[in-house]
Design a protein around this ligand. Structure first.
Ligand code: GSH
Length: 242
């Protein structure tokens, strides 16, 4: 698929938000320049010239073809993963990431809303602050209530922005919990992972994730070894008494 305009993605392998944009670009088979930002040592030009919030992901789109580390003032600078995923969907409509049926499109956005407002804070509470996993279990049930069902993607027969939004987080959940790397007590991550693997209550999420993790765009953009090394580096900090 082609766009006449140059597209540069500023991204980081560790970042789930950034992976969303990598999945969307992979789905669109879009040509783009990938530029890895070292979040521990960001280039001086990044915030002033690309994203004032100093976060990844960000996209520079249009303008003259220039090296990624000398962005042109003439390109549009765009940020926020969910906005970028919809931007990519708009640029490459044949990737069909935005459901064409208005009801299914609304369902996809509602699924993302539930993910952002319920799942995300509950996951971060357990993973990064060692809070009880109860809120996470509840959030998973809320998400499951919205899943289209067995053998389907999040909101129907077509892979969509809803799948793009959640995949990087489920990938990191599996990696962190099954390796017991997080702010939770030693053994607690593995225990929660075991519950999610065996409890009948979570069967819908299990079968959805089994399908989603095999999607090529998801597999090709998840740098598991790199993420695990980064998580292990942060472990002492996460487990430090608060
Ligand atoms: N709401 C933003 C969140 C992006 C975000 O928090 N990115 C993190 C990395 S995962 C970041 O760049 N943090 C800045 C830093 O680490 O200095 C989005 O959806 O794009």
């Amino acid at each position: 698929m082609t766009t006449a305009e140059p597209l540069t993605l500023y991204t980081a392998k560790v970042c789930p938000y950034a992976q969303r944009t990598e999945i969307a670009l992979a789905e669109a088979q879009a040509p783009f320049t990938r530029y890895e930002i070292d979040l521990q040592n960001k280039p001086e030009w990044y915030a002033p010239q690309v994203n004032p919030a100093s976060k990844v992901p960000a996209i520079a789109y249009g303008g003259p073809k220039v090296p990624a580390d000398t962005p042109s003032p003439q390109s549009a600078k765009l940020a926020e993963s969910l906005i970028l995923v919809e931007f990519i969907a708009d640029l490459f409509p044949s990737a069909r990431l935005l459901p064409s049926d208005p009801v299914t499109r609304a369902k996809a956005r509602f699924f993302i809303d539930t993910f952002s407002n319920k799942f995300s804070p509950a996951y971060a509470g357990f993973q990064f602050r060692g809070e009880s996993p109860e809120a996470l279990y509840k959030a998973i049930e809320a998400l499951q209530g919205q899943l289209a069902g067995d053998g389907k993607w999040a909101v129907g027969d077509e892979f969509s922005i809803a799948d793009v939004a959640i995949a990087p987080f489920l990938a990191r959940l599996e990696l962190a919990f099954s390796n017991d790397v997080g702010a939770f007590q030693v053994g607690e991550g593995k225990k929660v992972w075991e519950t999610l693997q065996t409890d009948e209550k979570y069967a819908p999420l299990r079968s959805y994730w089994a399908r989603l993790k095999e999607r090529k765009s998801v597999k090709d953009t998840f740098y598991a070894d790199h993420v695990l090394v980064q998580y292990n580096k942060r472990l002492a900090n996460w487990r430090a008494p608060k």
